[in-house]
Design a protein. Sequence first.
Lengths: 119, 138
Amino acid sequence: MLDALTLLTGVAALLLAAWCGFAAYRDQPTKDWHFIGMAVVTALALIQLVVGIVQLARGQDPEQGTTIFVAYLLGAFACIPAAGFMSLAERTKWGSITVSAGAVVLAVLEVRLYDIWGG
Amino acid sequence: MTAVEEKRTRLISGPGMLLVWLYGVMVVGAVSRSAYQIATDFDRAPLAYSLSAVAGLVYGFITYTLVRGGETARKAALYCCAAELAGVLVVGTWTLLDPSAFPDATVWSDYGMGYLFIPVLLPLSAVYWLRRAGSVRP
C-alpha cells in the first residue's frame, strides 16, 4: 500500500516538474491549472502522510527509524505548497521554475521515503 | 521607514526566488539532519555532524539575507556564499583525502554528491546572481 502510494506520488511529482518546466520554457508564470496540479500532488502527499501514520500506529516499523520516517513524510507534504506560495509571489517564469524544482525535490524525497520504509 | 524598505534592493525577484527555495530546502535538510544526528548518535561522528550543523547555520543566514534584501544584506550574503563555497571545497576535499575522520557523511561530503551536487552549484549561482543584482540599480 505504502510502496504503491510512494511510487504514484513520485511519478506525479515528476509530471508536475515537467509541466511547470514547460511553462517556464514558454516564459509563462504558473496558472490556475498548474495550481490544480499542485493541489493533486499535495493531496497525494497528504494521503501518504495519513497512511504512513496509520501504518506506524498499527505497529509496523520503518527500517531506518520512526523519527526520520515522519520527518520525511512531513517534508514531502509541505514541499509543494511552499513552492506554490513562492510562485504566487513571483509571477514570472522563475515562479514556474521554482515549482518545478520543488516537484523534483519531492520526487527525491519519495525515493528516500522508499528506502527509509525498507523497500 | 516604508521609504527605506522600498529603497532596499530586492534580492528575491526572478532567479532570486529559485535561490531562496533551494537555500530553504538546504536549511531544512542540513538543520534537521544534524539536529537528529547530534541528538541521537553524536559520538559516532562528532566532526561530521558538527560540520553539518554549521552548514545549516550558514544556509539559514544566507536565506535570511536574501529575503531581507538591501545593500548590506547583499554584501553579507556574498561573503557567506564565498565562505560556503570554500567550506564545500575544503570539506569535500577533506572527506576524499581522509575518510577515516568521517565515519558518517556530512552535507558537504564529496562536494555534496549526496545532495545532487547542489551544495557546490548553489553558491556559484548565488554569487553570480548577487553580483548582478548589485550592478542593476533601480
